[in-house]
Design a protein around this ligand. Structure first.
Ligand SMILES: NC(=O)c1ccc[n+]([C@@H]2O[C@H](COP(=O)([O-])OP(=O)(O)OC[C@H]3O[C@@H](n4cnc5c(N)ncnc54)[C@H](OP(=O)(O)O)[C@@H]3O)[C@@H](O)[C@H]2O)c1
Length: 295
């Protein structure tokens, strides 16, 4: 069997088209323009690329976007002052602080300072807690993107054995929580594996849906999955550089081997990646609607 390729690029395009229409309608009917502020401290090249992509996507969709580039030696107090200002700014519905922050800054304190209603990343403990009890205002972007990829690819989630490899706060734990909810697009039986799991292959071989977010290139190989599995590969690992200096990327799954057994699989790049920013836009639109009493 050769797997169906689940294209995040295509699904993201579909969702962005829907969002663009919704944003145009909000403007026309309610004079409401969703606003996103991005905050970047320092000059980390990867972070600059990510913030640039968020800005560009905002502009393409009609989201008002405001970028705050702060020097690497910004103090905690100054950063908190900016967050406070953005919390009070009515044009801004979503605030995104690009991580990681420089080492001298207290990341936790900064994220906790964001008004939970503007926490479009879904990392504030209020939003983490709300997700846990099944009443989320915002789902964190990457796991939400994974759920949308599954739903929109027609994958049966209800009753499925889902195995998640990885238990980070930004991917592993929230996706496990999302798919565990007693809700449509969820209702799965979820197992979470990590570095202390005794026999990972025992679990991965049982998976109907296998979600891998380990951050280790090709950690999951064909002998670790069953025929007909659906694989979502979250990993992005640089495994080399081309002659002309481009990064060679690999997921956490050995794509070439696993695709011969899987029913469906996401590629890297072009799988989960394009979904993350799209879901950030979805959260920003939701934040604007909530602020205006429309949701
Ligand atoms: N496409 C996107 O938009 C997107 C977004 C976020 C992340 N990512 C990518 O997804 C990957 C994971 O990100 P993350 O932030 O969740 O990583 P992370 O914080 O490093 O967490 C990795 C998790 O995987 C577990 N793990 C590592 N190696 C393992 C192994 N060999 N067997 C079993 N478990 C293992 C770790 O276990 P312990 O807890 O025991 O250490 C940890 O829980 C990275 O490649 C990252 O770049 C992509």
């Amino acid at each position: 069997m050769t797997a169906q390729i689940i294209s995040g690029t295509e699904v993201a395009k579909q969702i962005r088209a829907e969002l663009k229409q919704e944003i145009a309608d909000l403007k026309e009917k309610h004079n409401l323009v969703p606003g996103l502020a991005t905050v970047l401290v320092g000059e980390d090249p990867a972070s600059q690329v990510y913030v640039g992509q968020k800005e560009k996507t905002s502009e393409n969709l009609g989201v008002y976007s405001e970028r705050h580039d702060l020097p690497a030696d910004t103090s905690q107090a100054d950063l908190l002052k900016l967050i406070d200002k953005l919390n009070k700014d009515a044009r801004i519905h979503g605030i995104l602080v690009q991580l990681p922050l420089p080492k001298h800054l207290n990341e936790e304190e900064v994220l906790y300072a964001i008004d939970p209603k503007k926490d479009v990343d879904g990392f504030h403990p209020v939003n983490v807690g709300k997700l846990m009890i099944g009443e989320p205002d915002y789902l964190p972007c990457t796991p939400h993107g994974i759920q949308q990829l599954l739903i929109r690819s027609g994958i049966q989630i209800e009753g499925a054995e889902v195995v998640v490899v990885g238990r980070s706060n930004i991917v592993g734990k929230p996706i496990a929580n999302i798919l565990l909810q007693k809700k449509e697009g969820a209702n799965a039986t979820v197992t979470v594996c990590h570095t202390r799991t005794k026999d990972m292959a025992f679990h991965t071989k049982r998976a109907d849906i296998l979600i891998v977010a380990a951050g280790k290139a090709k950690a999951v190989t064909a002998d670790m999955v069953k025929d007909g599995v659906v694989v979502i590969d979250v990993g992005v690992n640089q495994i080399g550089t081309t002659a002309d200096g481009k990064r060679i990327l690999s997921g956490d799954v050995d794509f070439d081997g696993v695709k011969e057994k899987a029913k469906a699989i996401t590629p890297v790049p072009g799988g989960v990646g394009p979904m993350t920013i799209t879901m950030l836009m979805m959260n920003t639109v939701r934040a604007a609607k909530v602020a205006a009493g429309l949701a």
